[in-house]
Design a protein around this ligand. Sequence first.
Ligand code: KIV
Ligand code: NA
Length: 230
Amino acid sequence: RSKVSIKTIQTMYRRKEAISMMTAQDYPSGLVVDKAGIDICLVGDSLAMVTLGYDSTNPLTVEDMLHHCRAVARGCKSPFVIADLPYGSYEASPDDAVRVSLRFMKEGNCDAVKLEGGIEMAETIHRITRIGIPVIGHIGLTPQRQSALGGFRVQGKTAKQAAALLQDALAVQEAGAFAVVIEAVPEEIAGYITQKLKVPTIGIGAGVQCSGQVLVQNDALGLFDKFVPK
Ligand code: KIV
Ligand code: NA
């Protein structure tokens, strides 16, 4: 298969073809994603938990993540490779976010970056995309904010929360994101947001109505011991 590009993803979305995404964190897990013919490989910061054994994603550093990204990129020839921006590397200012995103493109050999947050990150997403770095958003359960959320919990259960989620998704889209990850949100809410957007939604724990799905490879293969996500 030839290299998946942002155009490939847009064409799949237009044709209503399901978009597949799976995480990887090193050369062999990158090869798995490549050989399975998966469209997008996410170097997710969940690797802090599933590969490094931390209790949250927050301790992961930019240098750690760059090291994992380079290894994944060597194994992933065809998939579009996305780097998760580590906690603490991008939130303080759009300038920080632009600088760290450039590092992932240049030193991490990635094709795009992912960051967590909705309306409050719109200006940041706008700044990164404006210099030609594709960004994918991430709303709903945002694990980097698990302290404020009170743990890894389903989001958007009340009408008010669901309405706020839609506003977040729209803001992320308007800011220039090429797609939005929706994590741990009731199926009907994720489906409704998917209908309202003009860019793909990629769900995890969000039902089957999204434009695509993402799985953490270690969870999919049963290689994580601490808990079994829904
Ligand atoms: O880090 C990760 O694996 C993720 C996905 C669950 C979307 O952010
Ligand atoms: Na993540």
